[in-house]
Ligand binder design. Sequence first.
Ligand code: NG6
Ligand code: CA
Length: 479
Amino acid sequence: MTSADTKPNIVIIYMDDLGFGELSAYGATELKTPNMDALGNGGLRFTNGYATSATCTPSRYALLTGVYPWRNKNAKILPGSASLIIDTAQTTLPKLLRNEGYATGIVGKWHLGLGAGEINWNETIRPGPNEVGFDYSNILAATQDRVPTVYIKNGNVVNLDPNDPIQVSYEKNFEGEPTGLDNPEMLKMKWHHGHNNSIVNDIPRIGFMKGGEAAKWVDEDMADYFLADAQTYVKKNKDRPFFLYYALQQPHVPRTPHPRFVGKSGMGPRGDVILEADWVIGEFIKTLEKEGLLESTLIVFSSDNGPVVNDGYYDDAVEKLGHHKPAGPLRGGKYSLFEAGTRVPFITYWKGTIAPGVSNAMVSQLDLFASLASLVNSDATTEDSKNLMAVLLGKSESGRDELVLEATSRTAFRKGDWAMIPPYNGPARNDLVDIELGNDSVYQLYNLQDDIGQQNNLAESHPEKLQELIDSYRAILKN
Ligand code: NG6
Ligand code: CA
Protein backbone atom coordinates (compact mmCIF):
# COMPACT_ATOMS: atom_id res chain seq x y z
CA MET A 1 0.00 0.00 0.00
CA THR A 2 1.11 3.55 -0.62
CA SER A 3 1.33 5.89 2.29
CA ALA A 4 -1.81 7.65 1.03
CA ASP A 5 -3.68 4.41 1.69
CA THR A 6 -2.36 3.92 5.17
CA LYS A 7 -2.31 7.57 6.11
CA PRO A 8 -5.45 9.29 4.90
CA ASN A 9 -5.98 12.94 5.57
CA ILE A 10 -8.23 13.38 8.56
CA VAL A 11 -10.74 16.20 8.89
CA ILE A 12 -12.97 16.69 11.89
CA ILE A 13 -15.85 19.03 11.11
CA TYR A 14 -17.15 20.05 14.49
CA MET A 15 -20.35 22.01 14.96
CA ASP A 16 -21.21 24.10 18.01
CA ASP A 17 -24.56 23.28 19.67
CA LEU A 18 -26.02 21.39 16.71
CA GLY A 19 -28.70 18.96 17.88
CA PHE A 20 -29.47 15.34 17.06
CA GLY A 21 -32.57 16.30 15.07
CA GLU A 22 -31.15 19.16 13.08
CA LEU A 23 -30.19 17.49 9.79
CA SER A 24 -32.54 16.07 7.22
CA ALA A 25 -30.34 12.96 7.32
CA TYR A 26 -31.33 12.64 10.99
CA GLY A 27 -35.01 13.17 10.34
CA ALA A 28 -35.40 16.96 10.24
CA THR A 29 -38.23 17.98 7.96
CA GLU A 30 -38.26 21.76 8.41
CA LEU A 31 -34.63 22.51 7.57
CA LYS A 32 -32.85 21.44 4.40
CA THR A 33 -29.18 20.69 4.90
CA PRO A 34 -28.10 19.11 1.60
CA ASN A 35 -24.35 19.25 2.18
CA MET A 36 -24.38 17.79 5.66
CA ASP A 37 -26.86 15.23 4.36
CA ALA A 38 -24.48 14.33 1.56
CA LEU A 39 -21.97 13.34 4.24
CA GLY A 40 -24.64 11.50 6.22
CA ASN A 41 -26.10 9.67 3.25
CA GLY A 42 -22.81 9.02 1.51
CA GLY A 43 -21.06 7.92 4.68
CA LEU A 44 -21.87 6.14 7.91
CA ARG A 45 -24.51 7.76 10.06
CA PHE A 46 -24.39 6.86 13.72
CA THR A 47 -27.63 6.84 15.66
CA ASN A 48 -25.86 6.36 18.99
CA GLY A 49 -23.00 8.82 18.59
CA TYR A 50 -22.09 10.94 21.58
CA ALA A 51 -20.23 14.08 22.49
CA THR A 52 -18.47 13.53 25.79
CA SER A 53 -20.29 16.40 27.46
CA ALA A 54 -23.37 18.58 27.18
CA THR A 55 -21.21 21.72 26.97
CA CYS A 56 -18.35 22.82 24.80
CA THR A 57 -15.08 22.93 26.71
CA PRO A 58 -15.32 19.44 28.23
CA SER A 59 -16.31 17.87 24.92
CA ARG A 60 -13.42 19.53 23.11
CA TYR A 61 -11.04 18.54 25.86
CA ALA A 62 -12.04 14.89 25.50
CA LEU A 63 -11.94 15.02 21.72
CA LEU A 64 -8.34 16.20 21.70
CA THR A 65 -7.00 14.21 24.67
CA GLY A 66 -9.00 10.97 24.77
CA VAL A 67 -9.54 11.60 28.48
CA TYR A 68 -12.93 11.90 30.17
CA PRO A 69 -13.43 15.60 30.95
CA TRP A 70 -14.71 15.00 34.48
CA ARG A 71 -11.20 13.81 35.36
CA ASN A 72 -10.04 17.41 34.89
CA LYS A 73 -11.76 19.86 37.21
CA ASN A 74 -10.91 22.75 34.87
CA ALA A 75 -12.81 21.22 31.97
CA LYS A 76 -15.91 23.37 32.29
CA ILE A 77 -17.26 26.33 30.29
CA LEU A 78 -14.31 28.74 30.28
CA PRO A 79 -14.20 32.54 30.13
CA GLY A 80 -12.20 34.02 27.27
CA SER A 81 -9.35 34.84 29.66
CA ALA A 82 -8.90 31.31 31.06
CA SER A 83 -5.56 29.50 31.03
CA LEU A 84 -4.94 26.52 28.78
CA ILE A 85 -6.42 23.40 30.39
CA ILE A 86 -4.52 20.81 28.35
CA ASP A 87 -1.16 19.89 29.85
CA THR A 88 1.52 20.64 27.25
CA ALA A 89 3.25 17.38 28.22
CA GLN A 90 0.11 15.35 27.48
CA THR A 91 -0.24 13.26 24.33
CA THR A 92 -3.01 14.76 22.24
CA LEU A 93 -4.69 13.73 19.02
CA PRO A 94 -2.80 16.33 16.95
CA LYS A 95 0.48 15.38 18.62
CA LEU A 96 0.12 11.70 17.92
CA LEU A 97 -0.78 12.46 14.31
CA ARG A 98 2.14 14.84 13.98
CA ASN A 99 4.41 12.10 15.27
CA GLU A 100 3.17 9.97 12.38
CA GLY A 101 4.08 12.61 9.84
CA TYR A 102 0.89 14.62 9.67
CA ALA A 103 0.57 18.35 9.18
CA THR A 104 -1.82 19.41 11.93
CA GLY A 105 -4.11 22.42 11.88
CA ILE A 106 -7.04 23.92 13.70
CA VAL A 107 -9.36 26.50 12.18
CA GLY A 108 -12.28 27.85 14.22
CA LYS A 109 -13.41 27.65 17.80
CA TRP A 110 -10.89 26.69 20.49
CA HIS A 111 -12.40 27.25 23.97
CA LEU A 112 -9.74 25.30 25.84
CA GLY A 113 -7.98 28.29 27.39
CA LEU A 114 -4.80 30.11 26.41
CA GLY A 115 -1.60 30.94 28.22
CA ALA A 116 -0.75 30.26 31.84
CA GLY A 117 -1.91 33.04 34.11
CA GLU A 118 -2.82 36.52 33.00
CA ILE A 119 -2.80 36.85 29.21
CA ASN A 120 -1.17 39.74 27.41
CA TRP A 121 -3.21 39.85 24.20
CA ASN A 122 -0.67 42.18 22.61
CA GLU A 123 2.17 39.68 22.53
CA THR A 124 2.38 36.13 21.21
CA ILE A 125 0.07 34.12 23.45
CA ARG A 126 1.52 30.83 24.64
CA PRO A 127 0.83 28.06 25.39
CA GLY A 128 -2.15 27.43 23.14
CA PRO A 129 -3.09 25.14 20.28
CA ASN A 130 0.42 25.27 18.81
CA GLU A 131 1.90 23.99 22.07
CA VAL A 132 -0.44 20.99 22.29
CA GLY A 133 0.16 19.62 18.83
CA PHE A 134 -1.16 21.92 16.11
CA ASP A 135 1.50 23.31 13.81
CA TYR A 136 -1.06 25.76 12.46
CA SER A 137 -3.87 27.49 14.32
CA ASN A 138 -6.35 30.22 13.47
CA ILE A 139 -8.93 30.40 16.20
CA LEU A 140 -11.42 32.31 18.20
CA ALA A 141 -10.30 32.00 21.79
CA ALA A 142 -13.52 30.97 23.49
CA THR A 143 -16.97 31.50 22.02
CA GLN A 144 -18.56 33.97 19.65
CA ASP A 145 -20.35 35.57 22.60
CA ARG A 146 -17.21 36.00 24.72
CA VAL A 147 -14.48 38.61 24.49
CA PRO A 148 -11.92 39.07 23.09
CA THR A 149 -13.78 39.11 19.76
CA VAL A 150 -10.67 38.68 17.63
CA TYR A 151 -9.02 35.94 15.62
CA ILE A 152 -5.75 34.54 16.91
CA LYS A 153 -3.37 33.03 14.37
CA ASN A 154 -0.50 30.96 15.70
CA GLY A 155 -0.71 32.83 19.00
CA ASN A 156 -0.94 36.36 17.58
CA VAL A 157 -4.08 38.50 17.37
CA VAL A 158 -4.82 39.05 13.68
CA ASN A 159 -4.73 42.72 12.51
CA LEU A 160 -3.69 44.03 15.90
CA ASP A 161 -2.71 47.69 15.86
CA PRO A 162 0.08 48.14 18.42
CA ASN A 163 -1.20 51.66 19.07
CA ASP A 164 -4.57 50.30 20.14
CA PRO A 165 -3.74 47.48 22.55
CA ILE A 166 -6.35 44.99 23.71
CA GLN A 167 -7.36 44.71 27.32
CA VAL A 168 -9.72 42.04 28.59
CA SER A 169 -11.38 41.53 31.94
CA TYR A 170 -14.06 39.18 33.15
CA GLU A 171 -14.30 41.09 36.43
CA LYS A 172 -14.97 44.70 35.68
CA ASN A 173 -15.63 47.12 32.88
CA PHE A 174 -13.03 49.55 31.56
CA GLU A 175 -13.92 53.10 32.38
CA GLY A 176 -16.09 54.83 29.84
CA GLU A 177 -16.77 51.72 27.74
CA PRO A 178 -20.44 51.05 26.91
CA THR A 179 -22.11 47.85 28.05
CA GLY A 180 -25.22 45.96 27.10
CA LEU A 181 -26.60 46.64 30.55
CA ASP A 182 -26.10 50.42 30.50
CA ASN A 183 -26.52 51.16 26.79
CA PRO A 184 -29.43 49.14 25.41
CA GLU A 185 -29.97 51.84 22.76
CA MET A 186 -26.73 50.76 21.06
CA LEU A 187 -27.77 47.16 20.47
CA LYS A 188 -28.87 45.46 17.27
CA MET A 189 -29.43 42.22 19.17
CA LYS A 190 -30.82 42.35 22.69
CA TRP A 191 -29.68 40.16 25.54
CA HIS A 192 -32.13 37.85 27.26
CA HIS A 193 -29.91 36.57 30.07
CA GLY A 194 -26.20 37.12 30.67
CA HIS A 195 -24.51 38.73 27.66
CA ASN A 196 -24.77 42.30 28.92
CA ASN A 197 -21.10 43.31 29.17
CA SER A 198 -19.01 44.89 26.38
CA ILE A 199 -20.70 45.74 23.10
CA VAL A 200 -18.94 44.64 19.91
CA ASN A 201 -20.55 45.22 16.49
CA ASP A 202 -23.69 46.35 18.33
CA ILE A 203 -23.96 42.94 20.02
CA PRO A 204 -23.50 42.70 23.78
CA ARG A 205 -21.04 39.99 24.94
CA ILE A 206 -19.84 38.14 27.99
CA GLY A 207 -16.78 39.86 29.47
CA PHE A 208 -15.24 43.30 29.08
CA MET A 209 -12.87 44.39 26.36
CA LYS A 210 -11.16 47.63 25.41
CA GLY A 211 -9.05 48.49 22.38
CA GLY A 212 -8.19 46.26 19.43
CA GLU A 213 -10.68 48.02 17.13
CA ALA A 214 -8.97 47.00 13.89
CA ALA A 215 -8.66 43.41 15.07
CA LYS A 216 -12.30 42.85 15.96
CA TRP A 217 -14.01 40.29 13.81
CA VAL A 218 -17.14 41.03 11.81
CA ASP A 219 -19.57 38.40 13.06
CA GLU A 220 -21.41 38.09 9.75
CA ASP A 221 -18.13 37.34 7.94
CA MET A 222 -16.89 34.69 10.36
CA ALA A 223 -18.16 31.71 8.38
CA ASP A 224 -16.52 32.94 5.17
CA TYR A 225 -13.32 33.82 7.02
CA PHE A 226 -12.85 30.38 8.53
CA LEU A 227 -13.92 28.65 5.31
CA ALA A 228 -11.28 30.51 3.29
CA ASP A 229 -8.67 29.60 5.87
CA ALA A 230 -9.68 25.93 5.95
CA GLN A 231 -9.53 25.82 2.13
CA THR A 232 -6.11 27.44 2.09
CA TYR A 233 -4.91 24.97 4.67
CA VAL A 234 -6.02 22.04 2.52
CA LYS A 235 -4.36 23.45 -0.59
CA LYS A 236 -1.11 24.14 1.23
CA ASN A 237 -0.89 20.70 2.77
CA LYS A 238 -2.35 18.52 0.04
CA ASP A 239 0.93 16.80 -0.73
CA ARG A 240 1.33 15.28 2.71
CA PRO A 241 -1.08 13.68 5.11
CA PHE A 242 -2.86 16.39 7.06
CA PHE A 243 -5.17 16.63 10.00
CA LEU A 244 -7.58 19.54 10.07
CA TYR A 245 -9.79 20.23 13.04
CA TYR A 246 -12.38 22.54 11.51
CA ALA A 247 -14.48 23.84 14.39
CA LEU A 248 -17.40 25.89 13.12
CA GLN A 249 -19.14 28.43 15.36
CA GLN A 250 -22.72 27.69 14.27
CA PRO A 251 -25.40 27.57 15.61
CA HIS A 252 -23.97 28.93 18.89
CA VAL A 253 -25.06 32.42 19.95
CA PRO A 254 -24.89 35.15 18.82
CA ARG A 255 -26.35 33.84 15.58
CA THR A 256 -25.19 36.22 12.90
CA PRO A 257 -25.74 34.81 9.40
CA HIS A 258 -24.04 36.51 6.49
CA PRO A 259 -26.64 38.63 4.59
CA ARG A 260 -26.65 35.91 1.88
CA PHE A 261 -28.41 33.61 4.34
CA VAL A 262 -30.66 36.04 6.17
CA GLY A 263 -34.26 34.87 5.99
CA LYS A 264 -33.38 31.70 4.09
CA SER A 265 -34.61 29.23 6.68
CA GLY A 266 -37.79 31.00 7.74
CA MET A 267 -36.64 30.15 11.26
CA GLY A 268 -34.78 33.33 12.07
CA PRO A 269 -31.03 33.58 12.62
CA ARG A 270 -30.72 30.16 14.27
CA GLY A 271 -32.04 28.35 11.22
CA ASP A 272 -30.19 30.72 8.90
CA VAL A 273 -26.79 30.01 10.44
CA ILE A 274 -27.40 26.28 10.15
CA LEU A 275 -28.00 26.80 6.43
CA GLU A 276 -24.89 28.98 6.32
CA ALA A 277 -22.87 26.21 7.95
CA ASP A 278 -24.31 23.71 5.52
CA TRP A 279 -23.19 25.87 2.59
CA VAL A 280 -19.74 26.31 4.10
CA ILE A 281 -19.37 22.56 4.46
CA GLY A 282 -20.43 22.08 0.84
CA GLU A 283 -17.78 24.55 -0.33
CA PHE A 284 -15.16 22.89 1.82
CA ILE A 285 -15.96 19.45 0.42
CA LYS A 286 -15.76 20.90 -3.09
CA THR A 287 -12.23 22.02 -2.34
CA LEU A 288 -11.28 18.51 -1.24
CA GLU A 289 -12.85 17.20 -4.41
CA LYS A 290 -11.11 19.72 -6.69
CA GLU A 291 -7.78 18.91 -5.13
CA GLY A 292 -8.43 15.23 -5.76
CA LEU A 293 -8.41 14.45 -2.05
CA LEU A 294 -11.89 13.12 -1.39
CA GLU A 295 -10.86 9.49 -1.66
CA SER A 296 -7.84 9.93 0.58
CA THR A 297 -9.61 11.89 3.31
CA LEU A 298 -11.56 10.58 6.27
CA ILE A 299 -14.13 13.13 7.41
CA VAL A 300 -15.70 12.95 10.84
CA PHE A 301 -18.69 15.22 11.31
CA SER A 302 -20.21 15.90 14.72
CA SER A 303 -21.25 18.51 17.28
CA ASP A 304 -19.82 19.45 20.67
CA ASN A 305 -23.11 19.24 22.57
CA GLY A 306 -26.83 19.21 22.09
CA PRO A 307 -29.11 22.05 21.05
CA VAL A 308 -30.42 25.11 22.83
CA VAL A 309 -32.93 27.49 21.31
CA ASN A 310 -32.71 30.50 23.62
CA ASP A 311 -29.12 30.68 24.87
CA GLY A 312 -29.24 34.28 26.02
CA TYR A 313 -30.26 36.64 23.19
CA TYR A 314 -33.58 37.70 21.75
CA ASP A 315 -33.00 36.39 18.24
CA ASP A 316 -36.40 34.98 17.24
CA ALA A 317 -35.16 31.42 17.65
CA VAL A 318 -38.03 30.53 19.97
CA GLU A 319 -40.68 32.48 18.09
CA LYS A 320 -39.77 31.10 14.67
CA LEU A 321 -38.91 27.52 15.57
CA GLY A 322 -42.23 26.25 14.21
CA HIS A 323 -42.31 22.46 14.00
CA HIS A 324 -38.53 22.04 13.94
CA LYS A 325 -37.26 19.78 16.72
CA PRO A 326 -33.55 20.47 17.26
CA ALA A 327 -33.19 17.43 19.54
CA GLY A 328 -35.35 15.14 17.39
CA PRO A 329 -37.04 12.58 19.65
CA LEU A 330 -34.60 13.07 22.52
CA ARG A 331 -35.29 14.65 25.91
CA GLY A 332 -33.34 17.64 27.26
CA GLY A 333 -30.78 19.69 25.34
CA LYS A 334 -27.51 21.50 25.91
CA TYR A 335 -26.54 21.45 29.64
CA SER A 336 -28.69 18.35 30.21
CA LEU A 337 -27.95 14.86 31.48
CA PHE A 338 -30.82 13.60 29.37
CA GLU A 339 -29.90 12.21 25.98
CA ALA A 340 -30.24 15.41 23.97
CA GLY A 341 -27.34 16.91 25.91
CA THR A 342 -24.77 14.57 24.44
CA ARG A 343 -26.30 12.41 21.71
CA VAL A 344 -25.51 14.33 18.54
CA PRO A 345 -25.17 13.85 14.80
CA PHE A 346 -22.08 11.70 14.26
CA ILE A 347 -20.98 10.82 10.74
CA THR A 348 -17.90 9.23 9.23
CA TYR A 349 -17.38 9.78 5.53
CA TRP A 350 -14.60 8.44 3.33
CA LYS A 351 -15.41 8.17 -0.32
CA GLY A 352 -14.62 4.73 -1.69
CA THR A 353 -13.64 3.32 1.70
CA ILE A 354 -16.66 3.71 3.97
CA ALA A 355 -19.81 2.20 2.51
CA PRO A 356 -22.91 4.37 2.97
CA GLY A 357 -25.11 3.15 5.78
CA VAL A 358 -26.43 3.55 9.27
CA SER A 359 -24.75 2.22 12.39
CA ASN A 360 -26.51 1.76 15.70
CA ALA A 361 -23.26 1.03 17.52
CA MET A 362 -22.51 3.27 20.50
CA VAL A 363 -19.55 5.54 19.79
CA SER A 364 -18.19 8.59 21.55
CA GLN A 365 -15.96 11.43 20.42
CA LEU A 366 -13.76 10.30 23.28
CA ASP A 367 -12.89 7.31 21.10
CA LEU A 368 -11.50 9.29 18.20
CA PHE A 369 -8.15 9.49 19.99
CA ALA A 370 -7.52 5.74 20.18
CA SER A 371 -9.33 4.99 16.93
CA LEU A 372 -7.43 7.48 14.81
CA ALA A 373 -4.22 6.43 16.56
CA SER A 374 -4.83 2.89 15.37
CA LEU A 375 -5.68 4.09 11.87
CA VAL A 376 -2.24 5.67 11.53
CA ASN A 377 -0.45 2.85 13.37
CA SER A 378 0.40 4.92 16.40
CA ASP A 379 0.50 3.14 19.73
CA ALA A 380 -0.86 6.12 21.67
CA THR A 381 -3.66 5.09 24.02
CA THR A 382 -5.50 6.35 27.05
CA GLU A 383 -7.47 4.55 29.69
CA ASP A 384 -10.76 6.12 28.56
CA SER A 385 -10.58 6.17 24.78
CA LYS A 386 -11.51 2.98 22.92
CA ASN A 387 -10.17 1.92 19.57
CA LEU A 388 -13.40 1.70 17.57
CA MET A 389 -11.80 2.26 14.17
CA ALA A 390 -13.48 -0.83 12.69
CA VAL A 391 -16.84 0.52 13.85
CA LEU A 392 -16.14 3.98 12.47
CA LEU A 393 -15.25 2.41 9.11
CA GLY A 394 -18.43 0.34 9.14
CA LYS A 395 -16.60 -2.98 9.40
CA SER A 396 -17.97 -3.85 12.81
CA GLU A 397 -21.08 -3.08 14.82
CA SER A 398 -19.52 -3.70 18.22
CA GLY A 399 -19.19 -0.25 19.66
CA ARG A 400 -18.93 0.74 23.26
CA ASP A 401 -20.87 -1.07 25.90
CA GLU A 402 -20.57 1.69 28.49
CA LEU A 403 -20.14 5.44 28.51
CA VAL A 404 -20.07 8.08 31.22
CA LEU A 405 -21.96 11.20 30.13
CA GLU A 406 -21.20 14.63 31.55
CA ALA A 407 -23.20 17.85 31.87
CA THR A 408 -22.02 20.89 33.84
CA SER A 409 -19.90 18.84 36.25
CA ARG A 410 -22.52 16.16 36.83
CA THR A 411 -22.29 12.71 35.31
CA ALA A 412 -24.70 10.02 34.14
CA PHE A 413 -24.15 6.62 32.60
CA ARG A 414 -25.16 4.61 29.60
CA LYS A 415 -24.72 0.86 29.39
CA GLY A 416 -26.18 -1.17 26.56
CA ASP A 417 -29.69 0.11 25.96
CA TRP A 418 -29.94 1.60 29.43
CA ALA A 419 -29.36 5.11 30.70
CA MET A 420 -28.98 5.90 34.39
CA ILE A 421 -28.96 9.33 36.00
CA PRO A 422 -27.99 9.46 39.68
CA PRO A 423 -29.89 11.81 42.02
CA TYR A 424 -28.73 15.42 41.93
CA ASN A 425 -29.77 18.53 43.79
CA GLY A 426 -30.61 21.48 41.65
CA PRO A 427 -33.48 22.60 39.49
CA ALA A 428 -35.19 20.07 37.23
CA ARG A 429 -35.32 22.70 34.52
CA ASN A 430 -33.28 25.72 33.54
CA ASP A 431 -36.13 28.09 32.82
CA LEU A 432 -33.94 30.69 31.13
CA VAL A 433 -32.96 28.28 28.35
CA ASP A 434 -36.09 26.15 28.79
CA ILE A 435 -34.25 22.85 29.09
CA GLU A 436 -34.75 19.95 31.48
CA LEU A 437 -31.40 19.37 33.13
CA GLY A 438 -31.92 15.82 34.39
CA ASN A 439 -31.79 16.67 38.11
CA ASP A 440 -34.08 14.67 40.37
CA SER A 441 -34.06 13.53 43.97
CA VAL A 442 -34.23 9.88 42.92
CA TYR A 443 -32.33 7.60 40.57
CA GLN A 444 -33.57 7.59 36.99
CA LEU A 445 -33.30 4.56 34.74
CA TYR A 446 -34.50 4.44 31.16
CA ASN A 447 -34.55 1.78 28.50
CA LEU A 448 -33.55 3.72 25.41
CA GLN A 449 -34.49 0.90 23.06
CA ASP A 450 -38.17 1.20 24.00
CA ASP A 451 -38.15 4.73 25.32
CA ILE A 452 -35.74 6.98 23.47
CA GLY A 453 -37.55 10.04 24.87
CA GLN A 454 -36.83 8.97 28.48
CA GLN A 455 -40.39 9.18 29.69
CA ASN A 456 -40.65 6.06 31.86
CA ASN A 457 -38.37 5.89 34.86
CA LEU A 458 -37.80 2.17 35.48
CA ALA A 459 -35.52 2.57 38.51
CA GLU A 460 -38.11 1.21 40.93
CA SER A 461 -39.42 -1.58 38.75
CA HIS A 462 -35.91 -2.75 37.69
CA PRO A 463 -33.78 -2.63 40.85
CA GLU A 464 -31.28 -5.21 39.62
CA LYS A 465 -30.66 -3.42 36.37
CA LEU A 466 -30.28 -0.17 38.28
CA GLN A 467 -27.74 -1.74 40.63
CA GLU A 468 -25.81 -3.20 37.71
CA LEU A 469 -25.51 0.25 36.14
CA ILE A 470 -24.59 1.92 39.43
CA ASP A 471 -21.83 -0.64 39.98
CA SER A 472 -20.35 -0.28 36.50
CA TYR A 473 -20.57 3.50 36.70
CA ARG A 474 -18.83 3.64 40.06
CA ALA A 475 -16.09 1.33 38.84
CA ILE A 476 -15.24 3.79 36.05
CA LEU A 477 -15.48 6.90 38.24
CA LYS A 478 -13.08 5.33 40.76
CA ASN A 479 -10.34 4.71 38.19
C1 NG6 B 1 -23.12 30.02 29.03
C2 NG6 B 1 -23.72 31.17 28.25
C3 NG6 B 1 -24.19 30.63 26.93
C4 NG6 B 1 -23.05 29.95 26.21
C5 NG6 B 1 -22.44 28.89 27.09
C6 NG6 B 1 -21.24 28.24 26.50
C7 NG6 B 1 -24.78 32.83 29.75
C8 NG6 B 1 -25.99 33.22 30.51
N1 NG6 B 1 -24.86 31.72 29.00
O1 NG6 B 1 -22.62 30.48 30.24
O2 NG6 B 1 -24.73 31.65 26.15
O3 NG6 B 1 -22.08 30.90 25.85
O4 NG6 B 1 -22.05 29.46 28.31
O5 NG6 B 1 -21.60 27.47 25.42
O6 NG6 B 1 -23.77 33.51 29.82
S1 NG6 B 1 -20.61 26.36 24.94
O7 NG6 B 1 -21.27 25.72 23.82
O8 NG6 B 1 -19.40 27.04 24.54
O9 NG6 B 1 -20.41 25.45 26.05
CA1 CA C 1 -21.22 24.13 22.23
